[in-house]
Design a protein around this ligand. Structure first.
Ligand SMILES: [Zn+2]
Length: 497
């Protein structure tokens, strides 16, 4: 026990060195350190240890530093390759061979028949090895400007104390590079596979998945990207449920149709086994992000399957062409039917501005009913779906600088459909904060606000007529000021305890 603690501390010290940018020449010296008891370890061993500790991003940093000599010269770019220099493209990405293309063409025909959508032309295919993809991501990971993603919504979750990771584009790149098996690019219209040839048989399903994305992209006027232009976070996730749910459903259909057995002539490569393993990506992700991240592939597939059972692929095509505008419309079929829009975020923004108007404009979006349920579910899963069911609309506004001072401050203003739903929603939020804070959240003298002061920041819930205010700030005085103003300027809902 004692030895283990020492080891953990030694790793912490080493990580501190690795992250401070001190020159550690790991490539020249394969053994990167020594435990106090004399055990020597390599960068790979250290990275593996960090993955076990769920420190995926730190593990990638260690791995990148050890491989710094191999970094691309194209500068920081997306792993998806669109903005990589042409030289890097040639160096890292290879076209797929004839043997692979032969059965991929057959698979595309089968997929198009099963999905009842044409696929013409067949997208171009290319391949990159898993380690090369990680190398592409390394450049940004090692050279990123820390905190470049100011105003991103991870700030809100970090202030809530539920997510310690900085979700900069470089960090997301690194996580994707670690876990992704392939992708379809709406920009280049090409499918990229991650791995080596001969392909392993598990890649078969993923290729089906990407072929479906190519079909969707060809089917939709303006392509998949046109759907995602200028939408809120909630709307974007509703779209993802359809796009990813469709592709994931077809994977399952292809699987049960036994198509793989028809392609016996291909000499499959070793199943590297890394894909299921790396789905432990969720390990490096805060639970809330993990839910958001995987829901389109899991719950989205369930949803699309139900729709397909009820109305065939025509129904799924209709949903692609005109997707739900909110998670509320997915969770409540009657609201999809009536296309009940969320309560106008602009009205909520007006309400918020009456309370709090710092000089800077915030980043703002709508998070949606599913997100509210996910948040409440973190501490009180039994309450979550019911408490969130009356969600009528929301606006999350996040500032990284307030009145010239650096602090993360967020106001999440949630409106409910009616008084009963409002009561249930606020109770759900209240129970969540009480459980989340180990019962250290206290009701203030007004009886309308619940306050919690934690290490990551201050959280306040203010209950007002038809709405709930979740106020979060790394600066306690800011949280208190907004709370006081909200109490003064909003109506009493007439109940609380
Ligand atoms: Zn997909």
């Amino acid at each position: 026990m004692r030895t283990w603690l020492t080891v953990a501390l030694a790793v912490a010290a080493l990580i501190a060195t690795a992250c401070s940018g001190a020159p550690v020449e790991w490539r020249d010296e394969p053994v990167v350190g020594e435990w106090p008891l004399g055990f020597r370890f390599t960068a790979d061993e250290l990275a593996e240890y960090l993955v076990d500790q769920h420190e995926l991003v730190l593990a990638e940093r260690v791995w990148c530093r050890a491989n710094a000599g191999l970094l691309p010269d194209g500068g920081p770019g997306s792993i998806f390759g669109e903005d990589a220099s042409e030289r890097d493209q040639r160096r890292f990405f290879d076209p797929l061979g004839d043997a692979e293309m032969a059965w991929i063409t057959d698979l595309a025909t089968a997929t198009a028949q099963l999905r009842e959508l044409p696929l013409d032309p067949l997208p171009e295919f290319r391949i990159i090895s898993h380690d090369d993809l990680r190398i592409v991501a390394c450049h940004a990971l090692l050279h990123e400007d820390q905190g470049a993603n100011e105003g991103g919504f991870w700030l809100f979750e970090r202030a809530l104390g539920i997510n310690h990771q900085d979700w900069t584009p470089s960090v997301l790149n690194a996580l994707w590079a670690y876990s992704v098996g392939g992708w379809y690019s709406t920009e280049t219209k090409a499918v990229t596979l991650v791995g080596d040839t001969p392909l392993a048989s598990h890649q078969f399903y993923m290729i089906t998945h990407e072929l479906v994305h190519a079909m969707q992209d060809q089917y939709l006027e303006g392509g998949i990207e046109a759907l995602r232009e200028d939408v809120t976070s909630d709307h974007a996730s509703a779209i993802s449920w359809i796009i990813e749910g469709d592709a994931s459903t077809v994977e399952a259909v292809i699987y049960s149709a036994g198509v793989l057995a028809l392609l016996r002539t291909y000499d499959w490569g070793e199943d590297g086994g890394w894909l299921p393993e790396r789905n432990g990506l969720s390990l490096g992700i805060a639970p809330l992000i993990g839910q958001e991240f995987f829901a389109p592939y899991i719950s989205g597939a369930d949803y699309v399957r139900e729709q397909q059972n009820a109305g065939g692929w025509a129904r799924v095509n209709a949903l692609l062409a005109d997707p739900p505008q909110s998670s509320e419309q997915i969770l409540h079929p009657d609201k999809l039917e009536s296309r009940e829009p969320p309560i106008d975020a602009e009205r909520l923004a007006e309400l918020r501005r009456q309370i709090f108007e710092p000089r800077e404009e915030p980043s703002a979006t709508t998070m949606g009913e599913q997100y509210l349920a996910n948040l409440i579910g973190l501490s009180t899963p039994a309450l979550a779906a019911e408490a969130a069911a009356g969600w009528g609309g929301d606006e999350l506004a996040v500032w990284s600088v307030v009145n010239g001072r650096r602090s993360t401050t967020a106001i999440w203003l949630i409106a409910f459909d009616n008084a009963k739903e409002h009561r249930e929603g606020v109770s759900g939020l209240r129970e969540w904060l009480i459980a989340w804070s180990n019962s250290s959240a206290v009701t203030d003298s007004s009886g309308r606000a619940l306050a919690y002061n934690g290490a990551a920041g201050a959280i306040r819930i203010v209950n007002s007529a038809q709405t709930a205010w979740l106020i979060v700030s790394t600066d306690r005085r800011t949280a208190d000021k907004i709370t006081r103003d909200a109490l003064l300027l909003t109506e009493e809902p007439g109940w609380w305890n």
